[in-house]
Design a binder for this molecule. Sequence first.
Ligand code: F3S
Length: 107
Amino acid sequence: MTHVVTDNCINCKYTDCVEVCPVDCFHEGPNFLVIDPNECIDCTLCVAECPAEAIFAEDDVPEGQERYIQLNAELAPQWPVIDARIPALEDAKRWDGVPDKLPLLKR
Ligand code: F3S
């Protein structure tokens, strides 16, 4: 199993999650982070750290967001590892909780 970053990370990118990851499995895109399913050890530490509540165990991904399981696996090899926290995106507060942000994903 793995953990998965889902919709609400888009345009927020708080990055609190990367600080606690013991295996550096987060990869950074322009407005979204993903977890490399081949590196994640299911420690669950990142789940509670995300202010946007965007991280779920693969089996607990909310209905309608299953697409993100494949998307994390697809984008992780394409994006660089991020292992230190950086400032959230400028409008993070405004975007936090806005549904269906997938069309806004930048690659
Ligand atoms: Fe995204 Fe939450 Fe991490 S918003 S960058 S998954 S702390």
